[in-house]
Design a protein around this ligand. Structure first.
Ligand code: PMP
Length: 381
C-alpha cells in the first residue's frame, strides 16, 4: 500500500518505537518515590524537555494529555469564561467545533464561528463586531487545517484578541513537527498538539499553557493531581516517552523533511493537474502545510475513486469525519458545492513518503478517474 494519509495518522518513527519498547519493558509509576518510579518520572521529564524544545517553550508549560482531542477540550474548558463569547473558525476540527458548541449551548454563552473565503482565509469582521458588542473571552483558531493544509495567519487574530483581553488558543495538531514553530514568536496562550501526526504514538498529546496565563482552574479530569492538578490519572509513560522521541526526531529532520515533502507534493499536484485538467486543488492560493493536497475531481464521487485505487491509502475529506454521511464542513465553508465536496480526495505525505510512491499515486489516480468515469457513463446510458 502507498500510504498517503499522514494527516489521519503517521507511521511511528523508529526512534519512538525503540524508546517505547524499552519503556514498556520497564516498571514504574511516575508518581512513586522509589527507584522504579523515579526512572519512570525521568523518562517523562526527558520527553517533556524534548517536546518543549520542539516548540521553544518551557517544559513546565506542557500538560500531557491523551491526544489533541483532549487538549482541545481542556483548552476550551479552562480558557472560556461561562456567559461570555467564544470565537472559533468555521473550519476547525470537530474536537474544537463540537466542543465549542457544547460549551456555549443552552444560554451558557455565545459562539461566533468566523467564516472563510474560497482560499480558506479567515474573515475577521465577525470577531471585530463581537469584540465591540461584548466580552469575548477566548479565541480558538487552528494553525493548519487538517483537510486542506491551509495555514491560518494568527497575527491579526492575536492582535484583536489582545485588544479585547481575550485568551488565544490554537489547535496546532497538523502543524507541529511539520513546520518550525517558536512559541517565543507565536504569542498564543494555549496550544494543542498530538503525537501521532508527527511519528509518535496514537493516544498521547499535550496542551501548552503559557506561564502566567490567568485562567479559572478547571481541569477535565480530577483525581490524583498529576500534571500539577491539570490532568489527573497515571501518566502514560511509554506513550509520553514515544512522543518525546518523535518530537526530537521530527525537530532534527524538520528542515530537510519539510523541503523534501513540499517538493513531492509539487510533483503530485503537477502530475494530477497536467494529466487530469478537470481537477482543482483547494486552498492552492494560500500558504499551506508542505505535505497536504486536497483535490476535487468534479462529478466523480471520492468514495468511488478511492475504491478504484485500493493500493493507495488516501482519504475522502477528513478521516475523522469519514464514515459520516455529511460532506466536509471545511470544503462547504470554502464555498464548494455539496457535489464537489463529495468529489474531493485528500492526499497527505510525510517523512517516509518516496518519489516512487508519488509516481504510483499519480498513475493510480489517473486510472481510477478513467475507470469511474467509464462506469458512470455506462450507468447513465
Ligand atoms: N485537531 C486536528 C486539526 C486534527 O487533525 C486532529 C486529528 N485528526 C485532532 C485535533 C484530534 O487529535 P487526536 O487524534 O490526537 O485526538
Amino acid at each position: 500500500v502507498v500510504y498517503l494519509d499522514y494527516n489521519a495518522t503517521s507511521p511511528l518513527r523508529p526512534e519512538a518505537l525503540e524508546v517505547m519498547l524499552d519503556t514498556l519493558r520497564s516498571v514504574g509509576n511516575a508518581s512513586s518515590i522509589h527507584t522504579a518510579g523515579r526512572d519512570a518520572a525521568a523518562r517523562v521529564d526527558l520527553a517533556r524537555q524534548q517536546v518543549a524544545h520542539l516548540l521553544a517553550c518551557a517544559p513546565g508549560e506542557l500538560i500531557f494529555t491523551s491526544g489533541a482531542t483532549e487538549a482541545n477540550n481542556l483548552a476550551l474548558h479552562a480558557g472560556y469564561s461561562v456567559g461570555e463569547t467564544l470565537a472559533t473558525t468555521a473550519v476547525e476540527h470537530p474536537a474544537i467545533r463540537e466542543a465549542a458548541r457544547a460549551i456555549t449551548t443552552d444560554g451558557r454563552g455565545s459562539l461566533v464561528e468566523l467564516p472563510v473565503d474560497r482560499d480558506g482565509v479567515v474573515n475577521l469582521t465577525p470577531l471585530e463586531v463581537a469584540i465591540r458588542q461584548g466580552k469575548v473571552s477566548l479565541v480558538s483558531a487552528m494553525l493548519a487545517n487538517n483537510e486542506t493544509g491551509v495555514l491560518t495567519n494568527m497575527d491579526p487574530i492575536i492582535g484583536l484578541a489582545r485588544e479585547a483581553g481575550a485568551l488565544v488558543h490554537t489547535d496546532a495538531t497538523q502543524y507541529v513537527g511539520r513546520l518550525p514553530l517558536d512559541l517565543n514568536e507565536l504569542d498564543v496562550d494555549l496550544l494543542s498538539l498530538s503525537g501521532h501526526k508527527f511519528g509518535g504514538p496514537q493516544g498521547v498529546g499535550a496542551l501548552f499553557v503559557r506561564r502566567g496565563t490567568s485562567m479559572p482552574y478547571r481541569p477535565l479530569l480530577i483525581g490524583g493531581g498529576q500534571e500539577r492538578g491539570w490532568r489527573a490519572g497515571t501518566l502514560n509513560v511509554p506513550g509520553i516517552a514515544g512522543l518525546g522521541a518523535a518530537a526530537k526526531a521530527a525537530q532534527m529532520q524538520l528542515h530537510n523533511e519539510s523541503a523534501r515533502v513540499a517538493s513531492l507534493r509539487y510533483v503530485l499536484e503537477d502530475g494530477l493537474t497536467s494529466r487530469l485538467p478537470d481537477c482543482y486543488i483547494n486552498g492552492a492560493r494560500s500558504p499551506r502545510l508542505p505535505g497536504v493536497t486536497n483535490v476535487t475531481f468534479p462529478g466523480l464521487p471520492a468514495d468511488a475513486l478511492l475504491a478504484a485505487m485500493p493500493e493507495i491509502a488516501a482519504s475522502n475529506g477528513s478521516a475523522c469525519a469519514s464514515g459520516a454521511p455529511s460532506p466536509s464542513h471545511v470544503l462547504l465553508a470554502m464555498g464548494l458545492s455539496r457535489q464537489d465536496a463529495d468529489s474531493t480526495v485528500r492526499f497527505s505525505l510525510g517523512y517516509a513518503t518516496t518519489e516512487h510512491e508519488i509516481k504510483q499515486a499519480i498513475e493510480a489516480t489517473v486510472l481510477a478517474v478513467k475507470e469511474v468515469r467509464t462506469a458512470m457513463a455506462a450507468t447513465a446510458e
